[in-house]
Design a protein around this ligand. Structure first.
Ligand SMILES: Cc1cc2nc3c(=O)[nH]c(=O)nc-3n(C[C@H](O)[C@H](O)[C@H](O)COP(=O)(O)O)c2cc1C
Length: 189
């Protein structure tokens, strides 16, 4: 049996992030039950623990609970009305200006988006671990979402994430076989 790495980082424990990765599903139907503000905070804090280029942390989170604003977000997401069913909707913005100020075009076009995506995934996994359902919604009219949450200049809406208790847990979606996506040494032979 292989030895666990000899440091306090993992100390040989099986991390429950592995089970959250397996358990997580996109949830598109929610119970009317509320999500405690303290839990929203914990989820957001997990977002802020994501890695980011130069540790710039170019993410901003807008927590939406107002029913009319949630409905407006759902409409802006091309009528994905399940968004408005969730008690809480988190709109994630990438502060592209912040990344660009240090990394120029690469910061603006790539790092700000990558960093924010890492924060999003952290939040989805944390929420799952805490028993909540989420869905990463990326199909929306960007200008409309920016207007609804009054996003600042230089920020880009990256995701709309409804958070709530799942009405039911859907079956796992299919994944491509590893053999279709893994390459040894080079991509092309
Ligand atoms: C960038 C991105 C955009 C997405 N946009 C939407 C969306 O607009 N609406 C939606 O219902 N699901 C959306 N999804 C969720 C995917 O449909 C879902 O992750 C995929 O089908 C796999 O299912 P699973 O999340 O249950 O594993 C999005 C996911 C990602 C990563």
């Amino acid at each position: 049996m292989s030895q666990p790495p000899p440091d306090a980082y993992t100390s040989g424990r099986r991390l429950n992030v592995l089970s959250a990765i397996r358990k997580r599903r996109s949830i598109r139907s929610f119970l009317e039950r509320d999500v405690a503000e303290s839990d929203v905070r914990r989820i957001l804090e997990c977002g802020t623990l994501a890695p980011s280029a130069g540790n710039l942390q170019p993410w901003q989170f807008v927590v939406v609970r107002d029913q009319q604003r949630k409905a407006a977000l759902a409409r802006a997401a091309y009528d994905q009305m399940f968004i408005a069913e969730a008690p809480v909707v988190i709109v994630v913005l990438a502060d592209q200006s912040r990344s660009a100020s240090v990394y120029g075009r690469r910061g603006l076009e790539l790092y700000a988006i990558q960093d924010t995506a890492a924060a999003i995934q952290n939040m989805l996994l944390a929420a799952c671990e805490m028993g909540y359902g989420t869905c990463w919604v990326g199909a929306f009219d960007e200008d409309s979402v920016a207007e609804i949450v009054k996003a600042g200049r230089g920020t880009k809406p990256v995701a709309v994430i409804p958070v709530g208790y799942p009405r039911y847990t859907p079956a796992a979606t299919r994944r491509r076989r590893l053999s279709e996506v893994i390459h040894e040494e080079t991509y092309q032979s």
